[in-house]
Structure formats: structure tokens, C-alpha cells
Design a protein around this ligand. Structure first.
Ligand code: ATP
Ligand code: ZN
Length: 220
């Protein structure tokens, strides 16, 4: 009787800013991706590996829990989801998905440094990262958490400042906001479960990581 071989799982963003580049990395590492009729799962034809396609917010937890062995996610999301328990380990930065979490204010706010935020309401999708920044700077401010459309909060008088992801700055400009502080510089990273994979899969896991490292370093 033959043993049923387990499969490695790699969590990638299903659709969005990291989705295409994540698939490219997987393919460039020599994994042949086959899109099945199941949208959540893509199979790798030439290795016992599956790609789990999910929302980026779910990736750190899946990997931390060992439900997936590897994952590709932005440092911003990884930091925000980080908790007291066992966390996913960062294997390496991947050189794409670059963006910066910044604090921005309307021109009417006289900004002279973090202390200018004292007592204000700040809108963000990253309450934990923002709270840490404020604490580090000894600033007491109210944080209002919004899932999206953070940049319209000042205009709607929901907040006096925002803390949001910026890549080109076009969205800030379109909303009449000026970036003032960098809270986090982010890019996509490869993350790994804190626990070993299923029996017999460690060697494959190591070799996939090695191939991905090769692809990343060849891209400079
Ligand atoms: P999902 O549906 O998977 O939750 P999302 O809407 O949260 O997607 P995207 O907008 O697709 O996320 O962004 C995914 C990641 O891409 C971000 O978490 C961040 O790491 C990175 N990123 C790069 N540039 C930007 C940018 N200009 N704005 C937002 N995120 C960016
Ligand atoms: Zn998300």
C-alpha cells in the first residue's frame, strides 16, 4: 500500500496589487501553475504543491497557523495582523509591492511634527501600526478605523488627518492632502510557517525557497 503524499500550500493574494507579481514569482521559480475549476485553489503540475488564493489580510494568519507553509504578503499587512502568539517568519523581501504608510494632513492644519497630531482624530486602515507610531512619539490621538476610502475622511470631517498607503502620491494630491510622516516603508515579503511542513515535504520547501531567492536576486 503506498503512502498518500501530502502537499505544500502557498498562500497568495487572489486579486489585487500583489496577485500578478506573486504568480510571476511562483512561475519563475519553476512551478507550473494549473488553474483548476476551483477558484480558491490552483495546482502546481510538476510538484506536490497547491496555491491557496485568498484575501491578503488572511495570509499572515494562515501561515502563522501552519495552514499554509509559505505566503506572499505586504509587510504592512503582516505588521498589522501580528499578535502575541506564534507568528509567520519573514524569509525574504521580494522587491515588489512597494508602498509607504504615511500620515497626511490638509493644508489648513499647521503641521510642525508628530506633536501637532495631539488630541486629533486620525483615520486609517492600520490602527495597530499607527498606534505604535503615536506611542513611540508620545502622542495621544484618537484613531478611527476605516476599511477603505481613508483619503476622503478629512473632507467629510470624519478625521483631521489620515494614515494611509501611498505609492505615487496621486491619491493624496487629488484629495488635497500633504504627506508629513513616514510610518512604515513596505514591500511584499515571503513568509514561512513557524512549524515544520508535513512529513517528507521539508526538502521540497527548502528548494522552493532557494529557487525563489534565486529569482529575486536575479531581478536585482
Ligand atoms: P484584498 O482584496 O486581497 O484584501 P486589498 O484591497 O486589501 O486586497 P490591494 O489594494 O490589492 O489590497 O493591495 C495589496 C497590497 O499591495 C497592499 O497591502 C500593499 O502591501 C501593496 N501596495 C502597493 N502599492 C500600494 C498602494 N499604492 N496602495 C495600497 N497598497 C499598495
Ligand atoms: Zn486586504
Amino acid at each position: 500500500m503506498s503512502t498518500v503524499q501530502g502537499r505544500l500550500r502557498i498562500a497568495v493574494q487572489k486579486s489585487g496589487r500583489l496577485a500578478e507579481r506573486s504568480l510571476d514569482l511562483v512561475r519563475d521559480a519553476g512551478l507550473r501553475v494549473v488553474k483548476g475549476n476551483n477558484d480558491l485553489l490552483y495546482r502546481i503540475e510538476n510538484y506536490p504543491i497547491d496555491l491557496l488564493r485568498v484575501r491578503d489580510d488572511d495570509i499572515p494568519t494562515f501561515v502563522a497557523d501552519g495552514v499554509c507553509d509559505l505566503g506572499i504578503v505586504g509587510e504592512n499587512v503582516l505588521e498589522e495582523v501580528r499578535n502575541g502568539g506564534p507568528n509567520a517568519e519573514v524569509v525574504m523581501p521580494l522587491g515588489f509591492g512597494r508602498c509607504t504608510l504615511k500620515i497626511a494632513v490638509p493644508p489648513t492644519l499647521d503641521y510642525a511634527g508628530p506633536s501637532s497630531l495631539e488630541g486629533l482624530r486620525i483615520a486609517t486602515s492600520y490602527p495597530k501600526i499607527l498606534r505604535r507610531f503615536l506611542d513611540e512619539n508620545g502622542v495621544g490621538a484618537d484613531i478611527v478605523t476605516m476599511r477603505g476610502a481613508v483619503e476622503v475622511a478629512p473632507r467629510l470631517k470624519l478625521a483631521s488627518a489620515i494614515c494611509d498607503l501611498v505609492s505615487t502620491g496621486a491619491t493624496l494630491e487629488a484629495n488635497g492632502l500633504m504627506a508629513k510622516e513616514t510610518v512604515l516603508d513596505s514591500q511584499a515579503v515571503l513568509i514561512k510557517a513557524p512549524t515544520a511542513p508535513e512529513a517528507g515535504l521539508q526538502h521540497l520547501l527548502d528548494s522552493i525557497i532557494e529557487r525563489m531567492a534565486g529569482v529575486v536576486s536575479s531581478q536585482g
